[in-house]
Design a protein around this ligand. Structure first.
Ligand SMILES: [Cu+2]
Length: 132
């Protein structure tokens, strides 16, 4: 009986990280300075609807980073075109969260966002992939 319980518990712990990573993707910047994740305020993301994201910036150890400057460019590398808008970071919400306004995608397919993060002059970049 006790053995069965232990086996079942082990399965739960094996499955949890898989479930978490599917919902909460995050990306480490190229030089390894920052970890970035985001939540779209439009769920699911629809074509041709302008909306905002909340971008979360933390240290690789998981500590929220304050006072970051974030800029975003991007496009569809397979189509060789950029974003139809120029998204801007407008507000530092707190706790490592930043509002990014003016996000819009005008086509389904594979997008890449090039995110540049600057905290106290320490700059790093990361490509965030997005399949729509
Ligand atoms: Cu395209």
């Amino acid at each position: 009986m006790a053995r069965t319980f232990l086996l079942q518990t082990a399965w739960v712990f094996l499955l949890l990280p898989l479930a978490a990573s599917a919902e909460d993707d995050s990306w480490l910047t190229r030089s390894g300075y920052y970890r970035i994740s985001y939540k779209s305020e439009l769920q699911p993301i629809e074509i041709n609807r302008i909306h905002s994201w909340v971008v979360h910036i933390e240290s690789p150890a998981g500590e929220p980073l304050l006072g970051a400057e974030i800029s975003v460019t991007g496009g569809m590398p397979l189509h060789n075109h950029g974003l139809p808008t120029d998204p801007k970071m407008t507000t530092e919400i707190g706790n490592g969260d930043y509002r990014l306004e003016g996000v819009r995608f005008h086509m389904n397919g594979y997008w890449e966002l090039l995110v540049t993060i600057d905290v106290d002059g320490k700059r790093d970049t990361v490509i965030v992939p997005l399949d729509l």
